[in-house]
Design a protein around this ligand. Structure first.
Ligand code: G3H
Ligand code: 13P
Ligand code: ZN
Length: 324
């Protein structure tokens, strides 16, 4: 039987985005695949008084088991109550690629889904997105669509080149599909290698001109930025120092994210930064304590570093801290 996210204590993204738009910040959307990541996100967002979107990808469902993962999401709500004053939490499907996947998430208590038809021909993207919206809205679940394709390669999300969003198409897409938010492509990409630059060279600016044009055509409409990890160079250096091999890993400079967060960008997606921080902490423990074999002794420090990273992002980059 279908379960309503409202009974579970989640919220959809509508109010979250309206407040973020009005006050000029972005809501963090952090991916999780395991317990330590989820604990860190919940702890960081509760302590920094930030709303949060917990993101579950298709790959995460495959890795951690879809049932276990959604119960972990529910567990996060209960955990938050024990920490004191809870903040708003949305449980969101990241990069849904079919109606069936979105429906399964909606029926099992997700409060928000993304249907990513961005690689499809335009009319097919419109038709698929509209179908998901019509289903989701019956249950007051919010839907994120995407126009334009990000470059980059991840487990379940891949494209070789950017196709920047064409601002001339956004009004038609939003009107015909009824989506609640729109992910656009302005030069970010997934993963830890976002720009091809030599060490010391600065990365090219995002296409803020496209974002401005989209805002002009869709005033007050929530825009989503994927591929928004900053790829902290200290984390990369730690990984490489302790036996890793990440060459020329670069992300989006925080300055550009701050600028985006003050615009119509209401949701900023971060996954890779969490992966990097975790890997750096675990490699350090392994290198410094080679006799250690209790997972709590290396996952614990990784969780501590994740909490610090998420808090810093909420406080210094997205501006979402202290809003509740
Ligand atoms: O945008 C993609 C997210 O980082 C999820 O990645 O498909 O490897 O879980 P994943
Ligand atoms: P990053 O790879 O930059 O963290 O992007 C994550 C993302 O867009 C999830 O949908
Ligand atoms: Zn993404």
């Amino acid at each position: 039987m279908a379960v309503s996210y409202k009974e579970l204590g989640f919220v959809n993204t509508r109010e979250m985005f309206a407040k973020a738009m009005k006050e000029g910040y972005a809501v963090p959307a952090y991916n999780f695949n395991n317990m330590e990541q989820l604990q860190a996100i919940i702890t960081a967002c509760t302590e920094s008084r930030s709303p949060v979107i917990l993101q579950v990808s298709k790959g995460a469902r495959k890795y951690a088991d879809a049932t276990l993962l959604r119960y972990m999401g529910r567990g996060a709500i209960e955990m938050m109550k024990t920490l004191g004053n809870p903040v708003p939490v949305a449980l969101h499907l990241d990069h849904g690629d079919s109606f069936e996947l979105c429906k399964d998430c909606i029926d099992s208590g997700f409060s928000s889904v993304m249907i990513d038809g961005s690689a499809l021909p335009y009319e097919e993207n419109v038709a698929l997105t509209k179908k998901v919206v019509e289903y989701a809205h019956q249950f007051d679940v919010t839907v994120e669509g995407e126009l334009g394709v990000l470059a980059g390669i991840e487990d379940e999300v891949s494209a070789e080149h950017h196709t920047y969003t064409d601002p001339a198409m956004v009004e038609d897409f939003v009107k015909r599909t009824g989506v609640d938010s729109l992910a656009i492509s302005i030069g970010t990409s997934h993963g830890a290698y976002k720009f091809k630059v030599k060490p010391g060279e600065s990365v090219p600016p995002l296409r803020f001109d496209i974002l401005a044009e989209v805002e002009k055509r869709l005033p007050g409409f929530p825009i989503v930025l994927h591929g928004a990890s900053s790829v902290d160079q200290a984390a990369v250096a730690t990984i490489n120092k302790y036996g890793g091999k990440l060459e020329n890993a670069v992300g989006v400079p925080e300055e550009q994210l701050r600028k985006a967060a003050k615009s119509a960008v209401c949701k900023i997606n971060v996954d890779s930064d969490g992966r990097l921080v975790m890997t750096a902490a675990i490699r350090k423990v392994f290198a410094e304590h080679p006799a250690e074999f209790d997972p709590r002794k290396y996952l614990g420090p990784a969780r501590t570093d994740l909490i610090a990273m998420y808090k810093a992002k909420n406080e210094n980059v997205l501006g979402s801290a202290g809003r509740y």
